[in-house]
Design a protein around this ligand. Structure first.
Ligand SMILES: NC(=O)c1ccc[n+]([C@@H]2O[C@H](COP(=O)([O-])OP(=O)(O)OC[C@H]3O[C@@H](n4cnc5c(N)ncnc54)[C@H](O)[C@@H]3O)[C@@H](O)[C@H]2O)c1
Length: 403
């Protein structure tokens, strides 16, 4: 009998993780279809992917389990899921949330440490923290008799890590860990190191750059672990990467592209801290110049508006120049539930990461570029080009070839 696939979510009590769990449980009960996911479409016909409804979920979080209200889990951040569906899955969702391991918050910055009540500050050595995470992943695998366990980072965005020589060489990274140099790594580093050491496929859905840097890619190649990141592309940047090529196709010069985002969930609360915000701006900002081949005047702003909850609104203003020097503009407003947009991407990537592992692929999964704002190691940033990389991959697999 084929073993089930496990998904170990870092940030397992957060909004996206909860929506992922709700999605799997609702699919299992036949309450929803797979709208929002790309892997169940005809593009992947003939590609042997694990059944989304059969995924086994676990994970860790630095927050304590939120209290139950009248027996149902408190889903204060997740809006957009219909009460009918939540009612039907509330028992299993509560079980999922009750089984979550404690997380670690080493060198994550004040905004994140405050979420864990400040009590999760690092007391152990880096090596022993890695060992603890590895043991938890292993226990999850063994207790549910799982085959592959895909680890997905859905934790709050950390402040950027300044990358140095020790992040470019695995030997030097090992020295940093042996020397307990905690200022050179973040919690995301310890999680990804532990997951990769366990041979698990690893996805960094966050903008935290402490998770996947060149030394970690070296480790992934050694441990036969497929990996990919950074920062899921779900909203404003998704639209940007679809729209920007249009200006190139018509040789229209983009002079300015201003983006203003407001959101109210806990992600927004953490991003309200300038250090954490910096990571997000870095991944959002790169896209435009990479697609256009030049850098227009551009700013991305993100403001926290508590009353909005999970509903994100982005207003983008594009000022462009055409024939005879005429100046014109375009504006769009994007409104969406952040986690409802993100969760199906996570499920698609889990299925594709499991497939990559089964096929013996190791290191970066460039065919997942279209899912990320800043896809590591990929030069293409235009959505149509990235999407072709995904469909080409499906074609290779269908034809029984390696990528
Ligand atoms: N559309 C989107 O929502 C979207 C798109 C791209 C990227 N992201 C990124 O995905 C991540 C998750 O988003 P979210 O809306 O679910 O956020 P969230 O704030 O609802 O959830 C984050 C969870 O991570 C936990 N956490 C923080 N640090 C941790 C650590 N070191 N170890 C274990 N758990 C930790 C928190 O307690 C919280 O439960 C964020 O980094 C966000 O920037 C979100």
């Amino acid at each position: 009998m084929k073993n089930s696939t496990g998904v170990y979510l870092i940030g397992a009590l957060g909004s996206i993780a909860t929506t992922v769990a709700a999605g799997v449980l609702a699919l299992r009960r036949g309450l929803i279809d797979t709208t929002g996911m790309i892997t169940p479409t005809s593009l992947f016909e003939g590609v042997d992917l694990v059944d989304t409804a059969e995924l086994v979920l676990g994970g860790c979080d630095i927050r304590r389990r939120p209290p139950s209200r009248g027996g149902s889990p408190v889903l204060e951040d997740v809006i957009g899921i219909s009460p009918r569906i939540l009612e039907a899955i509330k028992r299993e969702l509560a079980q999922y949330r009750a089984g979550i391991d404690p997380g670690i918050a080493s060198n994550c910055g004040e905004a994140i440490e405050a979420l864990g009540g400040g009590g999760s500050r690092r007391k152990a050595t880096l090596r022993s923290e890695i060992k603890t995470i590895r043991n938890r992943i292993r226990k999850f695998r063994e207790s549910s008799e799982l085959g592959t366990v895909v680890v997905v980072n859905l934790a709050s965005t950390e402040p950027p890590l300044e990358l140095e020589d020790c992040h470019h060489s695995l030997d030097m990274l090992e020295e940093i860990l042996d020397g307990n140099r905690s200022e050179k790594v973040r919690a995301s580093t310890l999680y990804s190191y532990a997951a990769i050491e366990e041979g698990c496929p690893y996805i960094n859905f966050t903008p935290s750059n402490g998770a996947l840097f060149p030394a970690m890619m070296e480790l992934a190649a050694c441990r036969q672990a497929p990996v990919m990141g950074d920062d899921g592309k779900t909203g404003e940047t998704l639209v940007k990467s679809a729209l920007a090529p249009l200006f190139t196709y018509r040789n229209l010069e983009v002079m300015s592209w201003m983006g203003f985002n407001i959101l109210g969930n806990m992600d927004g609360q953490v991003l309200d801290n300038p250090g954490n915000m910096e990571s997000k701006i870095r991944t959002k900002d790169r896209v435009l110049s990479k697609i256009l081949g030049y850098s227009p005047h551009s700013k991305v702003k993100i403001d926290y508006v508590p009353s909005l909850g999970d509903q994100k609104t982005a207003w983008d203003f594009i000022h462009f120049r055409g024939f005879l020097d005429a100046k014109m503009s375009m504006q769009f407003i994007w409104q969406g539930f952040d986690s409802i947009l993100a969760a199906p991407l996570v499920l698609d990537m889990v299925r594709l990461a499991e497939l990559a592992k089964r096929r013996g692929e190791a290191g970066l999964m460039p065919h997942l570029a279209s899912f990320f704002k800043a896809p590591i190691g990929v030069k293409m940033h235009s959505l149509p080009e990235q999407f072709r990389m995904l469909t080409d991959y499906a074609q290779y697999v269908r034809n029984g070839r390696s990528n």
